[in-house]
Design a protein around this ligand. Structure first.
Ligand code: GLN
Length: 188
């Protein structure tokens, strides 16, 4: 049984839960998927999903709750989308708590403000994926330990390092569950 937690603080938590349930069904993997909010709940999980939202708020919460320590000690797999991508990075243009699990420097709101949110196909794993970008970040610099999975206009929008996967776009907002399936099947 694979246990997956959706960090229950802010952002598209319900959407991530549903996308993960659908993805699990497609992969045929036996999964237990739930919303989690404490370090002890995270400790039960093989994988954790950190949604979009405000990365400063989410990062502070993760630190205050000791969830960062739990993830580091257990080497929990993490999927971070949008704000979650920021948190997985080592550095941003702001002073904020980060997990630093992916060797990348992230530019927050890299594509501009809320009005400049957009939808665009992203080529990932050799196929197009419907990318929904909402005040999205991108990776400015990706270190040699990390693997760039997708770019748009030379901006890195999907990165993986070992069992951590980051996307600048929101896979939970489409019907296409391939990113969640990949997280379950290949990353966790
Ligand atoms: N710009 C936000 C941040 O850093 C992320 C936006 C989002 O998650 N939709 O924190």
């Amino acid at each position: 049984m694979i246990r997956i937690g959706i960090l229950n603080l802010q952002g598209d938590i319900q959407e991530h839960l549903e996308a993960t349930l659908n993805a699990a069904q497609k992969t045929g993997a036996k999964c237990h998927i739930s919303k989690v909010k404490t370090a002890s709940e995270v400790a039960e999980c093989h994988g954790l999903i950190i949604s979009g939202g405000e990365s400063t708020v989410i990062g502070k919460f993760i630190q205050e709750e000791g969830i960062d320590q739990t993830i580091l000690e257990n080497r929990t797999a993490v999927l971070g989308t949008c704000a979650g991508m920021v948190i997985l990075g080592k550095k941003t243009d702001y002073q904020q708590p980060l997990l630093g699990l992916i060797d990348m420097q992230v530019k927050r709101n890299g594509f501009g403000n809320q009005r400049l949110s957009f939808e665009r196909d992203v080529e990932i794993f050799g196929k197009n994926y419907p990318g929904i970008f909402i005040r999205a970040p991108y990776a400015l610099k990706v270190g040699s330990a990390a693997n760039t999975l997708a770019k748009i206009d030379d901006k890195v929008v999907a990165v993986q390092q070992e069992n951590c996967l980051a996307t600048a776009f929101h896979p939970e907002l489409t019907e296409d569950t391939r990113i969640h399936e990949y997280f379950i099947k290949e990353v966790i």
